[in-house]
Design a protein around this ligand. Structure first.
Ligand code: PLP
Length: 379
């Protein structure tokens, strides 16, 4: 059987990884500034993470959500403390799209409305309502297009107010820093305005922290830079450091009832053990402190490179914008300098999403390679 051919692939076969490095089948070392798309938070194969998953699978890897599972409770408690969102409740699932799907569904149950407002260049996943709220018609199939979604310009509070005034909206879903869309972030007034308008019109404010959460921006959640209180916060990527796990944090004003949400695999023992060790490492190794320290160092160097026209994002969720398409530069960095970086919807933007354990020496390695690569490409 062949694989369903939906991914353009690089000619690299990783077989091993450690911290910020990935090794291919020939033993060649690659610096990972992409983190498998912002997934690797505490570093590849972190020893505590490996130990925790190994010990757990030897005991019990899975049972359904019909029994007591103290690791889920431990995970919820730790997440509440570390994120500063203690009063929220946690529902666990398996991926970012699933987290947003559940968030939108819950918002619809809660408000009894079905219309969703999302923003230009948004990405919320590929499932039913999540993909409909994604600003990319190419990935919206006719079956998804039946969802009622209005896409507004990021920053356009006036249109948002007009739309919410009809009182038929269940949720406003937003990435405080856009990921796939290209690291755009609006103003404090905008995010705080969205928060206020949602409260005023009894609409759920969903913060999609699938990519920006778990310390990546230097705060536990990107929205914490602002004075806002989302009704639902969706999480995934960094949460399991590669183990598939996602979830939503739900404000206590939204009440649970049996059967309202559900999943077979979500919150299984193995996923929770992975998730718990991620939180322990973030705390014990002060990774959010490291994010802020390294981010500042990175930006300081980036500012000295004339070909970089714009530095976008926060923490270790960064974008370097050039005045030419970066596809060739990115290929060169991978094949000639063994450095993984990310792309975005904006063809001129390189995305930097490394493990949060990255150090100065790795940043130096990247910039040395970048300067040489730019020279070789005559830019
Ligand atoms: C902001 C955001 N939301 C949702 C998703 C979807 O997550 P997943 O691919 O785990 O379904 C992504 C994935 O890139 C994302 O960046």
């Amino acid at each position: 059987m062949n694989l369903f051919n939906v991914y353009p692939l690089f000619e690299i076969t990783p077989v091993k990884a450690k911290d910020v490095f990935v090794y291919d089948k020939f033993g060649k070392e690659y610096l990972d500034l992409y983190g498998g798309h912002a997934v690797i938070s505490i570093g590849h194969s972190h020893p505590e993470y490996v130990k925790s998953i190994t010990e757990q699978v030897k005991k019990i890897g899975f049972y359904s959500n019909s029994i007591q599972n103290p690791i889920q409770e431990e995970l919820a408690k730790k997440l509440g403390t570390l994120s500063g969102c203690k009063e929220y409740e946690l529902f666990l699932c398996n991926s970012g799209a699933e987290a947003n799907e559940n968030a939108l569904k819950l918002a619809s149950f809660h408000t009894n409305n079905k219309k969703v407002i999302a923003f230009k260049n948004s990405f919320h996943g590929r499932t039913s309502a999540a993909v409909a709220a994604t600003d990319n018609p190419k990935i919206i199939a006719p079956i998804n297009a039946q969802q009622e979604v209005e896409i507004l310009a990021l920053g356009d509070l006036e249109s948002l107010e007009k739309s919410l005034a009809k009182n038929d909206v269940c949720a406003v879903i937003i990435e405080c820093i856009q990921g796939v869309g290209g690291l755009d972030e609006s103003t404090t007034d905008f995010y705080e305005g969205v928060n206020e308008l949602c409260k005023k019109h009894n609409t759920c404010f969903i913060a999609d922290e699938v990519q920006s959460g778990y310390g990546r921006t230097g705060n536990f959640f990107a929205f914490q830079k602002y004075n806002v209180k989302p009704d639902i916060i969706s999480i995934a990527k960094g949460m399991g450091n590669g183990f598939p796990i996602g979830g939503i944090l739900i404000h206590p004003k939204i009440k649970a009832s049996y059967g309202l949400l559900g999943t077979t695999f979500g919150g299984n023992h193995l996923a929770c053990a992975a998730g718990l060790s991620v939180l322990n490492v973030i705390e014990n190794e002060n990774l959010m402190g490291n994010v802020n320290f390294i981010s500042e160092y990175f930006i300081r160097i980036a500012e000295t490179i004339p070909q970089i026209k714009n530095i976008k994002g926060r923490g270790l969720m960064l974008g370097l914008e050039f005045d030419f398409p970066i596809a060739e530069l990115r290929k060169k960095l991978i094949y000639d300098y063994q450095i993984f970086t990310g792309s975005a919807k904006n063809p001129n933007l390189i995305r930097i999403l490394p493990p949060l354990t990255i150090r100065k020496e790795h940043i130096n390695q990247f910039f040395e390679a970048l300067v040489n690569a730019l020279k070789e490409l005559n830019t």
